[in-house]
Design a protein around this ligand. Structure first.
Ligand code: PHE
Length: 345
């Protein structure tokens, strides 16, 4: 039964007043029954009538359902079935802008011979702080508002768990496993107890780097990072290094790139350039020479601070994605609104 016409034929065959099966049953069975059997035959005929009516209604539902299914199939290109037609195209999705930025940056370092390393997001105090030269109770720990896992007071401090506040613990973890020379890039999520606003999120992403060998100098650090920024932002950007402090690097610096939005002028036509706050420079990452105290923690795996030296750097992938794509609210990266994300499809 394919359509309303088929169904009407079916219905009339059973229910037409004039010659339908029900009418015939009525004529041949009920009317012809002897009077003492009339009551019983009447009940049976009624039962048949109810069944036939139900069957006819069900048949109507059936052909309507089939019609809907066929229409849906046709809309989706599944009907008429023709196996030589191309398949149904499904949207393949798109890289999230933060993932895209991370992959592009990681690629820049891979081309320089760096390998990718990673480590746990739930980290111990030892890897996140102590082995990175943040001694217990040192005020430098206060610069990273840390989310601790509850209920661990019974454990020694170095074993207590927390959400890693940076990707730097993977430096130590990798040096424990691999002997020098070492060149690694470490993308990953990190957490800090920062209330969410347009530029902060309690979860965000970093890309860390570490190079260790004999005779690595600050010149290698500058040359490598300057090259990487030119590769990532375009060959016309300049880099600038300003002194800074991190417990695990000495000396330490912040690296700036000339503003790739205003070209370093601080102005866009008559308007002030907002991303660089009219300075012409944008702070991109923290870096420095690995502090000998850090090597002391992995000395037994070939990292004798008198024999090897190295540099490290760390940057925020979300921040770079915000600047690169001109997005003014970091929360947009984490809300999963398809209308926003579709722009990268
Ligand atoms: N871990 C530092 C931070 O999160 C960044 C950094 C990494 C600085 C490596 C120097 C060297 O702020």
């Amino acid at each position: 039964m394919k359509n309303e016409g088929d169904w009407k034929v079916f219905r009339d065959r059973w229910m037409a007043r004039k010659n339908g099966v029900l009418t015939q049953v009525n004529e041949l069975w009920l009317k012809a029954a002897p009077s003492e059997a009339k009551r019983e035959v009447g009940l049976a005929v009624n039962e048949i009538k109810v069944q036939v009516e139900r069957g006819v209604t069900d048949a109507k539902d059936h052909y309507e359902n089939v019609a809907t299914l066929r229409a849906t199939a046709r809309d989706r290109g599944l009907y008429p079935l023709d196996i030589s037609l191309p398949g149904v195209r499904r949207p393949i999705g798109a890289e999230h802008p933060v993932v895209k930025t991370t992959n592009e940056m990681v690629r820049v370092f891979q081309k320089l011979g760096y390998s990718v390393a990673d480590g746990p997001v739930v980290e111990t105090d030892y890897y996140n702080f102590e082995s990175l030269n943040f001694p217990p109770n040192h005020p430098a720990r206060d610069t990273q508002d840390t989310l601790f896992i509850a209920g661990q007071q019974a454990k020694p401090q170095r074993e207590r768990l927390l959400l890693r506040t940076h990707t730097s613990p993977v430096q130590i973890r990798t040096m424990e496993k691999m002997r020098p020379p070492l060149r690694i890039v470490i993308p990953g999520t990190v957490h800090r107890n920062d209330p969410p606003d347009a530029s902060h999120s309690p979860m965000f992403h970093q890309i860390e780097g570490l190079a260790v060998d004999t005779n690595i100098t600050f010149g290698d650090l500058k040359g490598t990072l300057d090259h990487a920024m030119k590769e990532f932002f375009g060959s016309s950007v300049k880099t600038s290094f300003r002194p800074s402090f991190f417990p695990f690097t000495e000396p330490s610096a912040e690296m700036y790139v000339s503003c790739f939005i205003c070209g370093g002028s601080g102005r866009r036509g008559n308007d002030p350039c907002r991303p660089c706050k009219q300075t012409g420079w944008i702070e991109i990452l923290g870096c420095g020479m690995v502090d000998p105290n850090v090597f002391e923690f992995v000395k037994d795996n070939g990292y004798d601070p008198r024999k090897v030296s190295g540099f490290a750097f760390g940057m925020g992938a979300d921040r770079i994605a915000l600047l690169k794509y001109g997005v003014d609210d970091i929360q947009l990266f984490f809300q999963g609104d398809v209308r926003f994300l579709r722009q990268w499809a």
